[in-house]
Ligand binder design. Sequence first.
Ligand SMILES: C[S@@+](CC[C@H](N)C(=O)[O-])C[C@H]1O[C@@H](n2cnc3c(N)ncnc32)[C@H](O)[C@@H]1O
Length: 281
Amino acid sequence: MRAGFVSLVGAGPGDPQLLTRAAYDRLQRAELVLYDALVSSDVLALAPHAQRFYVGKRAGRASMSQETINRLLVRAARRGRRVVRLKAGDPFVFGRGGEEALALDAAGVAFEVVPGVTAAIAAPALAGIPVTHRGAASAFVTVSGHDERAWAPVLEGLPPHSATIVVMMGRRSGREIASRLIARGWDITTPAAVLVAASTPGAQTWMGSLGDLAGAGASSSLNREEYGDGAGTIVIGEVVRVGQQLAGGLAPLAGAIGRESALADSEMATASGATGRASAR
Ligand SMILES: C[S@@+](CC[C@H](N)C(=O)[O-])C[C@H]1O[C@@H](n2cnc3c(N)ncnc32)[C@H](O)[C@@H]1O
């Protein structure tokens, strides 16, 4: 029997254009795909020959335990199958990819890791927010807002304004995190952004201040009625001003190809002797 193989693959933030070529290749060849919440249907559609199983959390129902997922991966590989374990963003950023890699290694199963574009960087970038920017931030800190025991020691040890803060899984705790930062000396006018469902058709961007996030603004920025159930990433720091400045001129990802070809046409016309904008078009 052929030996099985598991690829732990990062699916990026949602738009299939943000998949790596390796991720695309593994999906095309997959026989079985085990995927999590937040993996978009457009990305799943790139695995046409695979059986696909959802192993993430379901509203109101307990999620499959990590041990069960590990067992499924090992069993499928031992049956000789080509398995893709597909996770949103990067599998090693708040994705439990490390645990699965250790379980596969312990079971003697051949596997690889295919890194993905993490939402921690891509969600801000798609809104024109660089996580580092000369003169504004030379470091960024990414925390999970899921559990206060995880974020509190990190954020409380961070000198005010010393780094960009990116909070994942923070739509419930964002308000509390903002209040805590203000109490520790962060200025209430520090810019902040909430990026919901970045790179998907439901993408929404809110930009305001840390004070807004801690107070009344937070109810609108994190409010599910207004912003839906999509995953949200919070960014706090001066870098958000870059996104505010770029807001008018930034083309959405979907429009990039058209825009590029318009630029290429104009460059070609200029190179072949045409002068001026009107003649280049
Ligand atoms: C369990 S973590 C997984 C992170 C993922 N491994 C990554 O590298 O992006 C889920 C969190 O990722 C963030 N996230 C994932 N996809 C996103 C998207 N399209 N837009 C904004 N945030 C997203 C949200 O903060 C969400 O709560």
